[in-house]
Design a protein around this ligand. Structure first.
Ligand code: SAM
Ligand code: SF4
Length: 330
């Protein structure tokens, strides 16, 4: 079967957050102090994750991204990935990582057929990197970046662009795509900073980022993006790779959204901006069988909002966005 929502959009892509914990404190994602990470029994176990991924792949999901928190902070991630990669219904497993612990696992990832890694890198200036992430690990992350390239991984760099913080580095970051066969993706900042405080966002929206890149690079031109891609992709003369712009806060891509999310606590989300719609952990721990869980998934997928704006509205004023991206899985 192919799971479809109430707007006839096929659901093929699952983003699975395997932990809420992280070894960085990127300020746009979580506060420096006072993060209350959850006890292990409140997170999904690997067995529960495998059961969930089996259920969804049986319903037409064929692509999974492992995210978090920082996925490699969770113990035994590789053993979980070994089992996940045996699922014949999955065409692609990819990982989003901050690159701190990742390098040691690259040979195993390659052996498992996991070829696509998204590496978060908001700055290529050591001091600025430290300011953004609140940790002094720039050289470790760059080491991982070069190893990924040397090992032939498909690398996407994720850079959240923030006014007065790293907007002066847009061209330097884009230059990584001139020098290397990578995709450098500029992401609009979203309000999921875990502080409960909203701040003015989006001075650097997708249009402004585009304008800056277009005015600098010769023959800056759009290229075809993969189906259901959230990024608009571009290349320019002399580029070894390409750049992408993700209108994550302007939400221009919702019309073709094929993704759902499972938070680290086992909640299903129809939309990043929406509320949790189904507590899968509870269902599993209460003894529901797969067919009962499938019925409930089909039910909640029919309540999907048209786009991220509507999803946010449906949260209501009593439930404003204040969670950290690390819990939902970016
Ligand atoms: N720890 C891993 C990492 O940083 O790559 C994976 C989890 S992180 C939550 C996934 C992605 O979400 C990262 O690329 C990060 O930059 C992005 N992200 C986190 N908070 C964000 C925010 N408030 N706005 C936009 N992107 C955000
Ligand atoms: Fe950690 Fe990723 Fe959030 Fe940074 S963006 S604090 S690396 S989960």
């Amino acid at each position: 079967m192919q799971l479809k929502d109430n707007f006839d959009r096929p659901i093929k892509y699952l983003r699975l957050s395997v932990t809420d914990r992280c070894n960085l404190r990127c300020f746009y994602c979580m506060p420096e102090e006072g993060m209350h990470f959850l006890p292990k029994n409140q997170l999904l176990s690997y067995e529960e994750m495998l059961r969930i991924t089996d259920i969804y792949s049986g319903m037409g999901v064929n692509k999974i991204r492992i995210t978090g928190g920082e996925p490699f902070v969770r113990k035994d991630l590789i053993h979980f990935l070994e089992k996940l990669s045996k699922n014949p219904l999955l065409n692609k497993i990819s990982i989003t990582t901050n690159g701190i612990l990742t390098k040691a696992f690259l040979p195993q990832l390659k052996a498992l057929g996991i070829h696509q890694i998204n590496l978060s890198l908001d700055s290529i200036d050591e001091q600025n990197f430290k300011k953004i992430t609140r940790r002094d690990v720039f050289t470790t992350v760059m080491d991982t970046f070069y190893q990924l390239l040397a090992d032939g991984f498909q690398v996407k760099i994720n850079a959240v662009i923030m006014e007065g913080i790293n907007d002066h580095e847009i061209l330097d970051l884009a230059n990584l795509a001139r020098m290397h066969p990578v995709s450098v993706r500029f992401i609009e900042e979203m309000p999921f900073n875990g502080s409960g405080k909203s701040k003015k966002l989006n001075t650097w929206n997708h249009q402004k980022i585009h304008k800056q890149l277009e005015s600098h690079f010769i023959n800056f031109r759009k290229i075809t993006a993969p189906e259901n891609s959230t990024s608009a992709n571009y290349t320019f003369d002399g580029a070894s790779g390409n750049v992408g712009i993700i209108a994550a806060h302007s939400r221009t891509f919702c019309g073709t959204c094929d993704r759902i999310r499972i938070t680290s606590t086992g909640e299903m989300r129809n939309c990043l901006y929406g509320h949790n719609v189904l507590n899968l952990k509870k269902l599993m721990r209460e003894g529901c069988n797969d067919s009962e869980i499938k019925t409930q998934i089909i039910d909640v997928i029919q309540q999907r909002a048209k786009d991220g704006f509507e999803a946010e509205k449906l949260r209501g004023q009593l439930n404003p966005i204040e969670e950290s991206m690390s819990v939902i899985g970016g």
